[in-house]
Design a protein around this ligand. Structure first.
Ligand SMILES: *Cc1c(COP(=O)(O)O)cnc(C)c1O
Length: 385
């Protein structure tokens, strides 16, 4: 199909024309509508977007400009290298680096205009030393209010509150904290954390405050403060543990059938003879496996769809392949080349995550580099139609 196959000088293109491959279609227009749905829930607070881990596996270079086009100016990433990649895409965004700086990475923070989120007194001291020798940096502080993961614990907040000079040379842009149970609106831990956060930040120099992740947006306005940090909900993940998902599904994962075979009892399918065929039927083999992020725990548990009919994963997930029971699908539909829906409108990322025994974030960030990314909507520089 591709003329480039003949030309020795043409580099191989990461395109479906290079053979039967799984394709992940990301609808940037749906991400934008999720952004607007979340923004409409805020009164006064600003929308901040979390684009760590390559925008949750969906592709930073396509997703970040689409969010900027929605009006977003505040972005959160995990590490400095992610911040540098984002700065190359967005000239005027505020980029917060959640994991904070190491002393030797501070010149990169300055050069790429990244805002370090300082998580302990040691990081604060390193930034202060850098600010003395160089120039004033905008900074953020993370306060641990019950997550016990990142941020200043209460005794370090005490030290800082008693000696605000430790922040000399810095402009405190934002104080943040993170909720442990935001997807459970009835959990009393939410209000405890909010109260602890409000008490702690009242003792620090005045700045913006941020506490809500995607789920926190749905906990009510007292959690929104000045800036929210929405990640998963932008990408269509269910923000609350129960109830309907108000967000649009933004992606579809499809893969072509490589081969269809007839099977009958007492045959077995896959490694470890992990599935025993009980009656006459047909098995379709599809090129996606655990190396692509189709989790091994989906063996004998996952579902895909073909022609609107559920086709269960049978046998173990291999590194590069899965086997699906297509016995219920008319033979005219289940043939080599036919596209199977692994994630889509009938089967959301959260549905697949439930089958795998994990959460949607884990599925999204796991999609591997062999899966071709296609984009719908957006500004055009993202590729796709
Ligand atoms: C990842 C992360 C978020 C975004 O969380 P979602 O649940 O995906 O919205 C917000 N804040 C911090 C500190 C994070 O690490």
């Amino acid at each position: 199909m591709s003329a480039s196959r003949k030309g020795a000088e043409a580099p191989p293109r990461p395109d479906a024309s290079s053979g039967p491959r799984a394709v992940l279609t990301v609808d940037l227009g749906k991400i934008a509508s999720n952004y607007r749905l979340l923004e409409a829930k805020l009164s006064g607070a600003r929308m901040g977007c979390v684009v760590k881990a390559d925008a949750y596996g969906l592709g930073l270079s396509a997703v970040a400009p689409a969010l900027a086009a929605c009006g977003c100016r505040d972005f959160f990433v995990a590490g400095a290298e992610e911040g540098m990649a984002l700065r190359r895409l967005l000239g005027d965004a505020r980029i917060y680096v959640l994991n904070g700086p190491s002393a030797d990475s501070l010149p990169e923070f300055a050069r790429y205009d990244l805002i370090p989120v300082m998580n302990d007194l040691g990081q604060i001291e390193a930034v202060a030393e850098f600010a003395r020798a160089n120039w004033a940096l905008p900074v953020a502080i993370h306060i641990d209010t019950g997550m016990s993961r990142l941020g200043l614990p209460p005794d370090e907040v005490d030290v800082l509150a008693a000696a605000p000079g430790r922040l000399a040379g810095m402009t405190l842009a934002c104080v943040i904290s993170h909720l442990a149970c935001a997807d459970e609106p009835g959990n009393p831990k939410n209000a405890e954390q909010l109260q602890a956060f409000n008490a702690a930040r009242a003792r620090l120099p005045k700045s913006m405050a941020s506490m809500a992740n995607s789920s926190g947006v749905f906990l009510g306005p007292q959690y929104h403060l000045d800036l929210v940090r929405a990640g998963g909900a932008l990408y269509g993940l269910q923000p609350m543990q129960s109830g309907p998902n108000p967000l649009a599904q933004v992606l579809r994962l499809e893969a072509p059938i490589l081969q269809v075979r007839d099977v009958d009892s007492p045959m077995t399918v896959g490694y470890g003879a992990g599935f025993r065929v009980a009656k006459r039927g047909r098995i379709a083999t599809v090129p996606v496996g655990y190396a692509d992020g189709y989790l091994r725990s989906l063996g004998n548990r996952g579902s895909a769809y073909l022609g609107g009919i559920r086709i269960p994963v049978v046998g173990r997930v291999s590194m590069d392949l899965i086997t699906l029971d297509v016995s219920d699908v008319p033979a005219a539909l289940a043939h080599p080349g036919a596209l199977v829906e692994l994630v889509g409108d009938t089967h959301s990322v959260d549905d697949l995550a439930d089958e795998a025994g994990t959460i949607g974030h884990d599925i999204l960030t796991g999609f591997g580099p062999r899966i071709v990314r296609r984009y719908l909507g957006g500004s055009g520089n993202a590729g796709g139609a």
